[in-house]
Design a protein around this ligand. Structure first.
Ligand code: KIV
Ligand code: ZN
Length: 519
């Protein structure tokens, strides 16, 4: 009989707080819905005290996503815990996740507290959280570098105070599998009330060992694993959900454990996250990279043709990568499009199909064969319809070597049409200057990325931008076969978001969050 491992997904908290991965509340909700379809056990939705946006996102997710437990992070203080529960109170299954560092390095340099003070603070935090909800997780930050005797004392005390889950993070990705496995086993031997709580692990990937350490931990008694889609997270990231889950599924002989993950939703989750954040996975990334199931060498191709078992240890279908049964193009109708999306695992409402079909026909005019990844890019490209949104209606650029580029731009806000032109250092720069002249929004472009989602000269390119308006960072994303048009649409999305945030008087996301993260 296989033992169950709970999957605690922290894509929306540890993942989202890392550079380049921030999402606004709407995007976080979209990702949370996908995590629900993936059937994770727990979604850590954010760190409510860190920013207004994070608070709103946790609240929205708690109100809407009813399958998994919804967790929110808080430092081990009353104000943090109260704020976390204020956002979580609407969840059907809320969990407060409170933490404090326990290693001497953190105590001496960061917290400037004694071991006794931190022990006392941990107990008080759990007791307080316990008055708000029954499900309380306590994390000993930097557990893998904490003195073992002291770590055992803290664990025993917080379980006694009511913690239902105790998490032992390898916060700086320093542990190696044998040692981390031993740590979990020793804790089970030495902490007398360990069976009153679930032991959890949370591994960072600084040495590329996060998944290996998580596996060593479950082999030694951990029953909750904290991980993220695509392995995003602080610095080198967290343990990747897809790698951990597929290791258990592919090697039941060595790893007699099961998870509730619906593995066929893995690829979709990975693609959605990349589209929302602009953080693409490398081609050779295990499980979800573009090359993960492609066989290039002649000997390998020959083997796979004879039997897939020769070079494939798991099937692409098992993670939701489907083989096309029909190729879509200019003559394909709405019905074929709907069917293909269904085959890819997306069921679209009539309204969604209408929007996507319009995009599809535009793309089919430019591209002979529309591939699955093009379709996913179109779907993930769907823009928000805020009350006040600028839309690009026409764009002309003149560019060349040794001349300044010129862009003539026409935009509409639904009520009025605006036309202006500007020159710049290349067509994209010229177009951005024309947008600035029309919108009077002066932004500083701090990040600009283009990725090709398929191949060939007519491939769809996904463009991601980050723009600072009045000290606040806004992101934008668009997909198009024309990179200048895609670049303009991505920039306009960032402008529209900045205008909506100003109208809603939402404080800036990243800058505030970065301050609160300095715990
Ligand atoms: O890495 C870490 O220690 C954390 C804790 C807050 C759980 O993310
Ligand atoms: Zn972490």
């Amino acid at each position: 009989m296989k033992e169950n491992i709970s999957i605690f997904d922290t894509t929306l908290r540890d993942g989202e707080q890392s550079p380049g991965c921030s999402m606004n509340p709407k995007e976080k909700l979209k990702m949370a819905r996908q995590l629900e379809a993936l059937n994770v056990d727990i979604i850590e939705a954010g760190f409510p005290i860190a920013s207004e946006g994070d608070f709103e996102a946790v609240k929205e997710i708690a109100m809407t996503v009813k399958g998994p437990t919804i967790a929110a992070l808080s430092r081990a203080t009353q104000v943090d815990i109260d704020r976390a529960f204020e956002a979580l109170q609407y969840a059907s299954k809320p969990r407060i996740h409170t933490f404090v560092a326990t290693s001497d390095i953190h105590l001496k340099y960061k917290l400037k507290k004694t071991r006794e003070e931190v022990l006392e603070q941990s107990i008080r935090a759990v007791e307080h959280a316990k008055q708000l909800t029954d499900d309380v997780e306590f994390s000993c930050e930097d557990a893998s570098r904490t003195d073992l005797d002291y770590l055992c004392r803290v664990i025993e005390a917080v379980i006694e105070a009511g913690a239902t889950v105790v998490n032992l993070p390898d916060t700086v990705g320093y542990a190696i599998p044998v040692e981390y496995g031993d740590l979990i086993r020793t804790i089970r031997q030495r902490v007398k009330n360990f069976d009153k709580a679930i032991l959890s692990v949370h591994c960072h990937n600084d040495l590329g060992l996060a998944v290996a350490n998580s596996i060593a931990a479950v082999l030694n008694g951990a029953r909750q694993v904290e991980c993220t889609i695509n392995g995003i997270g602080e610095r080198a990231g967290n343990a990747s959900l897809e790698e951990f889950v597929m290791a258990l599924r592919t090697r039941p002989d060595a790893l007699p454990f099961q998870t509730g993950i619906n593995t066929e939703e893995i690829y979709k989750s990975s693609r959605l996250l990349s589209s929302l954040t602009g953080m693409m996975v490398q081609r050779n990334k295990a499980i979800v990279g573009a090359n993960a199931f492609s066989h290039e060498a002649g000997i390998h191709q020959d083997g796979v043709i004879k039997s897939r078992m020769t070079y494939e240890i798991m099937t692409p279908e098992s993670v939701g990568i489907k083989h096309s049964t029909l190729v879509l193009g200019k003559h394909s109708g709405r019905h074929a499009l709907k069917k293909r999306f269904e085959e890819l695992g997306y069921s679209l409402s009539a309204e969604e199909l209408d929007t996507v079909y319009q995009e599809f026909t535009r793309l089919a005019d430019k591209k002979k064969e529309i591939l699955d990844d093009d379709l996913i890019a179109i779907l993930n490209n769907e823009t928000e319809n805020d009350e006040f949104s600028y839309m690009l209606t026409s764009l002309q650029v003149m560019t060349g070597t040794g001349v300044r580029s010129t862009a003539v731009l026409e935009m509409s806000d639904g009520k009025q049409t605006y036309v202006d032109s500007a020159t710049g250092d290349g067509p994209v720069d010229a177009a951005y200057k024309a947008i600035e002249r029309i919108t009077k929004m002066n932004g500083q472009l701090v990040d600009y990325t283009i990725n090709s989602v398929t191949w060939g000269g007519d491939a769809v390119g996904e463009v991601f931008v980050k723009v600072i308006f009045n000290d606040v960072v806004f992101t934008g994303h668009a997909a198009s076969t024309d990179i200048v048009t895609g670049s303009v649409e991505a920039y306009l999305q960032a402008v529209n978001r900045a205008i909506s945030a100003r109208a809603a008087k939402m404080p800036g996301e990243e800058l505030i969050k970065n301050q609160a993260n300095a715990v």
